[in-house]
Design a protein around this ligand. Sequence first.
Ligand SMILES: [Fe+2]
Length: 327
Amino acid sequence: MIKLINNSKRDFCLLNLTDPQLKAEEWEQGNRTGDIFKKTVETLIERVSPDLITLSGDLSYAGDFESYKNFADYFDSLKIPWACCFGNHDNQDGADFIGKVLSEYKKHTFFLFEECEPSLGNGNYVILIEKNGKNAEGVILMDTHDRVPYVRDECGKNLAWAGLTKEQLAWYGERIAELEKIGCRDTTLITHIPINAYLAAAEAAFKVARPDKSLTLADSYGADLWNPGYEDSYGVFHEPISAYPEDEGAFDLICKLGSTKNIVCGHNHINNWVVKYNGVRFIFGTKTGIGSYFEPEINGGTVISVKENGVTSVRHEYVDIQDLCGE
Ligand SMILES: [Fe+2]
C-alpha cells in the first residue's frame, strides 16, 4: 500500500481530474485543446494547491503512446504526486498497451502506482493518506476495463460499458479489511465507468431522473431539481449514465463493509452530479479540458478535502474556458 504522509494544518486536498482525452498532436505547443487543458490544470493548482492529483481515466486513446508519454511528462513537471485509473479508451487496445504505458509512467518520480494481480486489470491500487499521525483516508483506484459483449433481451448481442468483476470486488473487500486493521475507516473509490448503483442514486435524487440539457449548471445548485432529502445534491445530468446495465454487486458490498463514503467516476463528460444516496456520495467528476465532447461550462475538476477522520467535503471547481483563451 502506498502511503502519503501529510502533517499540514490545512485539510489534505485531493484534486480529481477526468477524461482529458488528448491526442499526441494536442500536446504540441500552440494547440488550443492542449493549451486549454494545461491552463485548466494550472489554474486549479493555483487555486486549491492539491496534495494529490488523481485522474479517473480516459487520459487519451489507446495506441497513441506519444500522448500518454506527454501526459506523464507534463504531470511530473508539476511536482505534485499523481495517480490514475484507466478508462475504456485507455484499455481499448488491451493489456499489452497499458503495460507499455505503465512501464513509461513508472519512470516518473511523482507517479504513484502499485502492481496487483494482472488478471484484475490494469491499475487497482490503494493510496493511504496519513494526516497528522492518523490513517485518515484510503483512496482506492480500480480499473473498469473496456466495453464488453452484452446480450439484451430483444436487441440481440450488443456492447455494454464494462465494470468491476467479482474478483475485483473480492480484492476491494480485502483492501478494506487491511485498512480497517490499521484504523482507517474512511475510503474513496475512484473508477472510470460508473458502478451500476449510479442509476439508482439518480432515480432516488432527481425529481425527473433523466438527462435534461435545459437544466443548467446554475439550476443544479438550487433545490428545485431534487427530491426531498436530496436537496444538498448538485451538478448537471446532461447525458444517460453509462454504467454496466446489470448490478455487479459493488454497492451492496460497499454498504455491507461501510468504509467507502465517496465514489468518483468519469466517463460521462457532461454529467457532474453529486448525490448522497444510502450514506454514500456518488460523484461524477467534472471533466477537465475540451478533448473529445464537452460543454464549456463544465470544465475543471473535483476537490475532495480530507481531515484526520476522513473526507469532510466535496466540491467541483470550475475554470472558465473563455477566461483562459481571452475569447
Ligand atoms: Fe470513457
